[in-house]
Design a protein around this ligand. Structure first.
Ligand code: RUB
Length: 336
């Protein structure tokens, strides 16, 4: 989608930062998008409330396209835009205040949710557990850091997570938290699974059927964990649950630049070879023992309950579009 002509520079910068993965991880992406909406509201210089609403809709639609898979992105945007639409502000100042307050509320909620997941998840770990993780997830890292603080765990295997090597970020952060980190190549997952008691990963999206979309390779870790009878946990805030999946839509999987896999030069030198770079994969519910949310630890099969609580019952047959989620369309009784 082309950037709207009246888009302020800071919104474009946020979009670019998310697109280029300077800002990455589903939670951070969502917080950045909420902050970008607040920045856009601040930057609006017109005086007409209707124009302000249209402008904010354009900004929201643009930001939603920054990356396709993390459902936290459209959910964060919908959270803010729903407030604005419902309030039908009479003037620009009122509209601006609503956007800024909603964005702040989302960002604060999101940060508190990660802390709560850390505490709830750490309780699930047993003394002496050896854990494996994949990619870098702030929510999964919160569980591991909290469990370390509680003196429960020490050793954690961190997969490098090709092609972007987010495992190195996880390894650094977990090392700083005092964990005894072992960095391993992705291909060593099955080799080391026999030494592991639990796996914990994050999520970009949780579908209504309890399937979890996360960094490519997550489903292979889940397979190896199941084979070795190792518990597999997902740490995910409730705003990563996807309302669209209730009506059967699939979470789109992002395919990234082939150069991330093989390097620009190699790709150019081998024009006859197709290089594919899917960034996420789907782990079905049957491979997941529990999802740790800020509201509690639940079975993946309970995902519809979270979605019902968040978005209401009239979602069925409503032709859900996360971009349009608001109480009228979604049958949600209130915004709280
Ligand atoms: C990151 C990734 C993370 C989830 C959850 O992918 O798959 O596991 O986004 O992260 P990418 P968090 O690096 O492509 O964004 O728990 O921090 O929200």
């Amino acid at each position: 989608m082309p950037a709207p002509p009246d888009l302020p520079g800071e919104v474009l910068a946020s979009w670019e930062a998310i697109r280029s993965m300077k800002i990455r991880g589903a939670g951070r992406i969502a917080r950045e998008a909420a902050a970008a909406l607040a920045g856009a509201a601040d930057a609006f210089s017109g005086r007409d409330a209707r124009e302000f609403l249209d402008y904010m809709e354009r900004v929201a639609a643009f930001m939603r396209e920054a990356r396709p898979t993390a459902v936290s992105l459209p959910n964060a945007i919908s959270f803010v835009m729903r407030r604005l639409r419902d309030a039908r502000p009479a003037d620009v100042d009122a509209g601006r205040a609503i956007v800024k307050a909603a964005a702040r509320e989302f960002i604060e909620y999101s940060s508190r949710a990660v802390d709560a997941i850390g505490e709830l998840g750490a309780r699930r770990l047993r003394n002496g557990d050896v854990v494996m993780t994949h990619c870098h997830s702030s929510a999964a890292a919160a569980v591991l850091s909290e469990a370390r603080r509680a003196g429960k765990i020490n050793r954690v295997y961190v997969k490098e997570t090709r092609p972007r090597l987010q495992g190195l970020t996880a390894a650094r952060i977990l090392g700083e938290a005092g964990l005894d980190v072992v960095l391993i190549p992705d291909s060593a997952v099955r080799y080391f699974m026999k030494d592991v008691d639990r796996v914990i990963v994050g999520a970009d999206a949780v579908a209504a059927n309890g399937a979890v979309v996360n960094k490519i390779g997550t489903s292979v870790v889940a397979l190896a964990a199941k084979e070795a009878r190792v518990n597999f946990y997902v740490a995910a805030e409730t705003y990563k649950f996807s309302p669209k999946t209730i009506v059967g839509e699939l979470v789109p999987i992002e395919f990234r630049d082939p150069a991330e896999v093989a390097g620009k030069g190699w790709v150019a030198d081998h024009p006859g070879i197709e290089v594919m770079n899917p960034a996420f994969d789907v782990t079905p519910a049957e491979y997941i023992d529990a999802i740790i949310t800020e509201r509690g630890v639940m079975s993946p099969y309970a995902a519809p309950l979270i979605l019902l609580e968040e978005y209401g019952v009239r979602v069925w047959g409503a032709g859900v579009d996360e971009g349009k989620l608001h109480p009228e369309e979604m049958g949600r009784a209130s915004d709280t």
